[in-house]
Design a protein around this ligand. Structure first.
Ligand code: ADP
Length: 921
């Protein structure tokens, strides 16, 4: 394991100085001690040898002469030497003859032949032989003789053994060692002091520099300036001072810059606040002016629709009575112009609604196939009036379902607009409407529509102007064709609101194709499946396109079909195939000659071969042209032929006794309505008269009231079964009149139907909230009027029941009250708080859904869910709960349906907000 020791500069300096000195001095100590010890040992050794030899030499004569005194003197003089502990003299038989000193360390053991010195732990033992030479006396005087006379030739007469104790030199060693160690410690101590001091002196400037830099970094410039470095660092100090000053200046500049910017920002914030206040005011003014604009449009619509209502009503009445062709043409023109005017007003209203972002989509189940058939039927009137020969061909891809959930009115509007344009700008050929599926999920279908015409087309460079408001491809065509230039703008907005796209391709030599997609919900209702009919028919259809379309459709429903394009061919075919033919399908042009020829053919076929005939004719406005044919054929179909109607006509071919009425007259229930007492309230006498004109002949008793006041007076005197109520009236408007009527005992449950020209959603809510049961939008159609009377007459629910039934699923007053201990004021306040935010929350949810931002989505839904639990809004609480769980558990997968339900719940609550039965007003 590695242990990292971090040293600061100071310590590093210290160790750099101290470590080498310490090592060197330690080594020196060792060296001194060892050399000194060696010297002592060597000295003792040599001295011992020397003394032993000296005793041996001097004691020679003492032994020879056995002079004990001399021996002891010699021994004494030897003992006088320091450290000699004992001296012994042995004879040649190794027996002690003289000894002095302490008892010897070792006794006995024979001596070797030669001299020796032995070292023991605590002493030295030196032994030397004592030799005698006869001429030794001579040799005393003649040392040369000795030199030539080796020792071993002399006689060994004894031994000297000297023992030297080591204790003395040991003491000396200890003393010396103590001295050295003491000196070493003192030296080391001094060295430490020195090293500490030097390292401090060396690191002081560095530390000072570092502190100064720290201070600089912290912005304490004056402290940094006060720092004093030793004289040798003058340059560094100067540079540092300069740097500090520069930084200080820079800092001051920066601070003043920031102060300046802060001041600027504060000022611009002030001006922004001012601007935002101005903007706020401007915005309020704009909203107010927008509101006024909408109000103005609603009023205009009312003002224009009211007289139009009368014009249209009387025109229709006139149409029935006028027989003179010229006059009838005038009346038809009046009707057409009025309808165009109505369409223009509708366009302008729609456009302003879209601009104001107020266009809300509804959702209902509808059959797209019937809807397209319907649009074709309605628009085909234009063909007749403009005398155009165009085939209107619907083409449904086999996989396409028929039922969807969506805003059928708006889908119809889109189709009417595009097909209407196609008819307007096409003189000859065909207009095909193709529908197919682009993509499909469990809950959604994206449909692709194509409206293909063979008309005048649009020059390429002008195509991009098409979807701009009030723009038309060129003004000359405008004069020829009319229109406001708003149709395509509205269409585009509607398509986009239904999550689709629209595009156009066009070639003036071929025609135009408008392609658009729509996202609709799948409906559980199924396609009507037709059993194969197993029939054979002969079809007369001059137009190839239409003939092909009919042929394909007939084939689809199991009908074998032989086609021809004129009467002569038809007759030939009948003659040939009469045995196998079940029916004739005859397309008749609305001119006299064709009609009389057709009549002859029908007679011929039925009388000769008993073959029934189905007529295919142009739409109802011109039905009088075919009056002669009505009774002759088994059925009359309007062109463009609705596929279901054709199927039914063929199916009923043999048991057809009467022709299905072309214009649906509510005659069946007219009888039931006879004698009903109706009160019609309107400040416009013309409209009132029209109502009377329509209803009186049917046996209904219509009383007219020209003001709200009059209506109440009349209602108090008489009992009416149903009341039609205009909304905008002077003094007392329709809603106020209704509120007053509802206070009367007899009118608590009487159906009151509003007749309104207003088209704005908010007003419709107010109408229902004031106590009316339903509303009809002007201009009012006679049939719709009768149907409404019938529906409300048959309705057995009281008004309260109707309201309660509607509200039961949406709002629970008891629940709202129980949460706040029955304090309605608080409950209402809480409800209003929620309801006021719902519209914004709905938009937020749509936005987050579009961006797939699940976290924010959960946040909003959770908020609404939480609030809705305490305000009695049960439907919102339930749907919000579902959505919240779905988002948390399954995320965004297949969330659309659940989110849609939640949004519908919000919409429904807002629509019925006024109907909540709070007890306090
Ligand atoms: P308008 O009410 O004038 O018809 P639209 O917005 O519906 O307004 O159409 C704008 C213009 O686009 C028309 O005036 C016409 O010039 C051109 N246009 C639209 N549809 C077609 C079509 N099918 N063929 C040729 N031109 C067309």
């Amino acid at each position: 394991m590695k242990i990292a020791i971090r040293l600061n500069v100071n310590q590093k300096f210290f160790w750099a100085l101290f470590a080498p000195i310490f090592i060197v001095s330690l080594l020196s100590c060792f060296f001194l001690l060892s050399s000194r010890f060696n010297d002592l040992d060597k000295n003792l050794y040599e001295r011992t040898l020397h003394i032993t030899e000296q005793v041996a030499t001097t004691s020679e004569y003492a032994i020879v002469f056995s002079d004990q005194n001399m021996m002891y003197r010699i021994l004494q003089s030897a003992l006088n030497h320091q450290s000699i502990s004992s001296v012994q003299i042995f004879n040649n038989e190794q027996k002690i003859i003289a000894e002095l000193g302490k008892p010897p360390f070792s006794i006995g053991s024979s001596f070797p032949d030669s001299d020796y010195i032995m070292e023991y732990e605590d002493h030295l033992e030196s032994v030397s032989g004592i030799h005698y030479a006869s001429d030794s006396l001579d040799s005393t005087f003649n040392p040369r003789t000795n030199a030539f006379n080796p020792l071993n030739q002399r006689n060994l007469i004894g031994w000297v053994k000297v023992e030297v104790s080591k204790s003395d030199i040991q003491i000396k060693k200890y003393q010396y060692a103590s001295f050295i160690i003491f000196t070493f410690i003192i030296f080391i101590f001094l060295t430490i002091l020195g090293a500490v001091r030097i390292s401090r002196t060396l690191t002081l400037p560095i530390n000072k520099l570092s502190t100064s830099l720290d201070k600089l970094a912290q912005g304490q410039f004056s402290n940094a300036k006060l720092m004093k470095l030793p004289p040798e660092y003058t340059d560094i100090q100067k540079n540092l001072l300069e740097l500090t000053e520069r930084l200080e200046n820079h800092n001051e500049e920066l601070i003043s810059g920031i102060e300046q910017s802060t001041e600027d920002m504060r000022r611009s914030m002030d001006s922004m606040e001012e601007k935002s206040a101005q903007l706020h005011i401007a915005n309020r003014e704009a909203m107010e002016s927008n509101r006024l604009k909408s109000q103005f449009l609603a009023n205009i619509s009312h003002e224009v629709r009211t007289p139009l209502n009368a014009i249209l009503g009387y025109t229709k009445t006139l149409q029935k009575d006028v027989t003179d062709t010229q006059q009838r043409l005038y009346v038809d023109t009046i009707q057409q112009s009025t309808n165009s005017l109505l369409a223009i007003i509708g366009d302008i209203l729609d456009f302003s609604k879209i601009e104001a972002g107020k266009l809300n989509l509804e959702s209902n189940h509808f059959n797209l196939k019937s809807l397209i058939d319907d649009v074709y039927q309605t628009l085909s009137i234009n063909l007749l009036t403009k005398d155009k020969e165009i085939d209107l061909v619907p083409e449904f891809h086999p996989d396409t379902p028929e039922w969807f959930i969506g805003d059928s009115t708006r889908v119809r509007q889109i189709l009417t607009n595009l097909i209407g344009n196609a008819i307007k700008f096409t003189h000859q050929g065909s207009i095909q409407t193709k529908v197919s599926i682009l993509s499909k999920s469990d809950s959604d279908v994206v449909l692709c529509f194509q409206i293909i015409d063979t008309g005048i087309g649009i020059p390429e460079q002008k195509i991009n102007r098409l979807f701009k408001a009030f723009s038309q491809v060129d003004t000359s065509t405008t004069r020829q064709f009319g229109g406001t230039g708003l149709g395509l703008v509205i269409t585009k907005k509607l398509v986009e609101q239904m999550d689709g796209r629209i595009e156009v391709s066009s070639d003036p030599s071929i025609g135009s194709t408008f392609r658009f997609t729509l996202r609709l919900k799948t409906s559980p209702k199924l396609k009507s499946s037709h059993q194969p009919l197993n029939q054979c028919v002969i079809l007369l259809e001059p137009s190839i396109t239409y003939r092909n379309f009919m042929k394909k459709y007939l084939h689809d429903i199991g009908v074998d079909c032989t086609t021809c394009s004129d009467l002569e061919q038809m007759i030939t075919l009948i003659k040939k195939q009469h045995d196998t033919t079940d029916a004739l399908l005859l397309s008749v042009a609305p001119d006299k000659q064709s009609i009389s020829e057709a009549k002859e053919l029908i007679n011929y076929a039925s009388q000769q071969f008993n073959i029934p005939c189905i007529l295919m004719i142009q739409p109802p406005g011109q039905i009088s042209h075919y009056s002669d044919l009505k009774d002759l054929c088994s059925d009359i179909l309007l062109k463009p032929v609705s596929q279901d109607r054709l199927y039914n006509a063929l199916k009923n071919i043999n048991n057809a006794t009467s022709i299905t009425p072309l214009i649906s007259q509510p005659e069946v229930f007219i009888d039931k309505l006879k004698g009903l007492k109706i009160l019609a309230v309107d400040d416009s006498p013309i409209n009132l008269q029209l109502l009377g004109h329509w209803l009186n002949p049917k046996g209904l008793e219509v009383s007219l009231a020209y003001s709200g006041k009059q209506a109440i007076e009349m209602a108090e005197k008489n009992q009416y079964d149903l009341i039609f109520m205009d909304i905008q009236m002077p003094e007392m408007d329709g809603m106020e009149t209704t509120r007053q009527l509802r206070l009367l005992k007899n009118y608590k449950n009487t159906p009151i139907i509003a007749l309104t020209a207003h088209a704005l959603g908010s007003e419709q809510q107010q109408i229902l909230a004031s106590g009316m049961n339903a509303y009809l939008t002007k201009p009012i159609d006679e049939d719709i009027l009768l149907n409404t009377i019938e529906a409300w007459h048959a309705n057995t629910e009281t008004f309260e029941e109707q309201v309660n039934l509607k509200m039961a699923d949406i709002f629970d007053l008891d629940k709202a009250l129980s949460i706040v201990d029955g304090k309605e004021e608080i409950a209402r306040e809480m409800f209003d708080l929620l309801a006021d935010t719902l519209d914004a929350e709905k938009k937020l949810i749509q936005h987050h859904l579009q961006n797939q931002d699940i976290e924010k989505l959960i946040e909003v839904v959770h908020r609404v869910h939480g609030a809705s639990k305490y305000t009695g809004t049960i439907s919102i609480a339930r749907n919000a709960g579902f959505l919240e769980i779905h988002l948390k558990e399954l995320g965004l997968e297949e969330v659309e349906g659940v989110a849609e339900d939640f949004m519908d719940a919000i919409e429904e609550l807002l629509n019925h907000r006024q109907l909540i039965p709070w007890t306090q007003a």
